[in-house]
Design a protein around this ligand. Structure first.
Ligand code: PLP
Length: 390
């Protein structure tokens, strides 16, 4: 079955009592058992029967089942946000005295999570250039608990060699954990590239037009302990499970993902190509452009569609602010992969809390604007951009 078909026709765990065609929202905290045996089996994780919605819920389970069928994962756990998925995955492998080998090219909150929040509990953030395999290898040691990366960094648009990083991690018997938010997991196989645990902000492509905040840990069976602990320890003790209403909306979003992504990625390529010729724009980055420095590795790993994010560089910070203020159609907003096109100045917003020096180390520049391309007609977007630059 092709993925767009599977995304729609994934079977329910059991036939719905009324034959509902879309999975009902099970808005309940707890579930009744016929007998104490069933109750014990459920509480001890030995049966699929739900016990309590902090750890399992039929509507959320159905969303997880869809993702599992689409990725070939061993298990999928849905969280209340992308950050909850990332923090729970890292908490599951990290501990005092351990280090996480990663890059400075990370989403701002993820960088702060690793370098500040986890550091308070004795976990070291070890940053390196993930495109330099020798440097990566030299920094791995017996206390490294995982290699953490984003498959395409934002706003730098850097793409590292995933199979090579996986080989380095596996030689040390540690997992490669990858944030794949930037490209839908239906477009490529993270598992085939060697990723052990995929973390995703489902707020973005999946949610179906920015309907809700959510996250996923897609577990490719790195270890039985990891799989067990994600549910038995992380969900039970940290309590960041996705809510049923969000799972319902994200299930609907997943069903239309294939169609939306095709339009958004085609629009992004058309727009990025046109923006290269627009006066006032000094640089355009989009991995779908054949001239982009990461085009070859991007297409090798993630396929022909280049995603729906573009960055443009203008002459100065002031030029960026004036441009963003003059936009009429494109929205001044954070987030990625909404149905509407969004513009943001990452250096002063997402990376605003960092110092100038930290931003320099992260290669986050004052001259860069990030555009997330929606479903609008490209001519309308181009007209808005030309007007804002004029
Ligand atoms: N990972 C990446 C690459 C992101 O861009 C974001 C949010 O923008 C997140 C994780 C966090 O996701 P959420 O906002 O769903 O917590």
């Amino acid at each position: 079955m092709q993925k767009q078909t599977e995304a729609i026709h994934t079977r329910y765990q059991q036939r719905d009592a009324y034959g509902a065609l879309s999975m009902p929202v099970y808005h309940c905290a707890a579930y009744e058992f016929d007998n104490v045996h069933d109750m014990v089996e459920s509480f001890c994780g030995r049966s699929d029967m739900p016990d309590y919605s902090r750890v399992t819920n039929p509507t959320v389970t159905y969303f997880e089942r869809k993702v599992k069928a689409l990725t070939g994962a061993t298990d999928v756990v849905a969280f209340s946000s992308g950050m909850a998925a990332i923090s729970n995955a890292l908490l599951c492998v990290a501990g005092q005295g351990k280090n996480i080998l990663t890059s400075r090219h990370l989403f701002g909150n993820t960088f702060a999570l690793i370098s500040r929040s986890l550091a308070r509990f004795g976990v070291e953030a070890r940053c390196c250039d993930l495109t330099n395999l020798q440097e990566v290898e030299s920094l791995l040691d017996t206390n490294t608990c995982c290699l953490f990366m984003e498959i395409m960094t934002n706003p730098q648009m850097e793409v590292a060699d995933i199979p090579a990083l996986a080989a380095l991690a596996h030689a040390r018997h540690i997992p490669l954990i990858a944030d794949t938010t930037m490209i839908p997991f239906t477009e490529f196989s993270a598992k085939a590239l060697g990723v052990d645990v995929e973390v995703v902000s489902s707020t973005k492509y999946l949610s179906g037009g920015a309907t809700s905040i959510g996250g996923l840990v897609v577990d490719y069976g790195w270890s039985e302990t990891f799989t067990r602990n994600m549910r038995q320890e992380m969900l039970m003790n940290f309590g960041a499970y996705m809510t049923p209403h969000v799972a319902y909306m994200q299930t609907l979003g997943l069903e239309t993902l294939h169609a939306r992504y095709a339009v958004q990625a085609a629009g992004a390529l058309q727009l990025a190509t046109a923006l290269q010729e627009v006066p006032g724009i000094v640089g355009v980055r989009y991995p779908g452009l054949p001239t982009d420095p990461y085009h070859d590795i991007f297409t090798r790993q993630f396929g022909q569609r280049g995603g729906a994010m573009i960055t443009i560089d203008l002459a100065s910070r002031e030029a960026c602010f004036s441009f963003i203020n003059r936009l009429q159609l494109i929205k001044r907003a954070t987030n990625l992969f909404d149905n509407r096109t969004l513009a943001i100045h990452p250096a002063s917003t997402i990376f605003g809390p960092f110092t100038d020096e930290q931003r320099r180390e992260m290669d986050v520049f004052d001259t860069t604007i990030r555009l997330s391309i929606g479903l609008e007609a490209v001519d309308d977007l181009l007209a808005d951009i030309r007007h804002a630059l004029s």
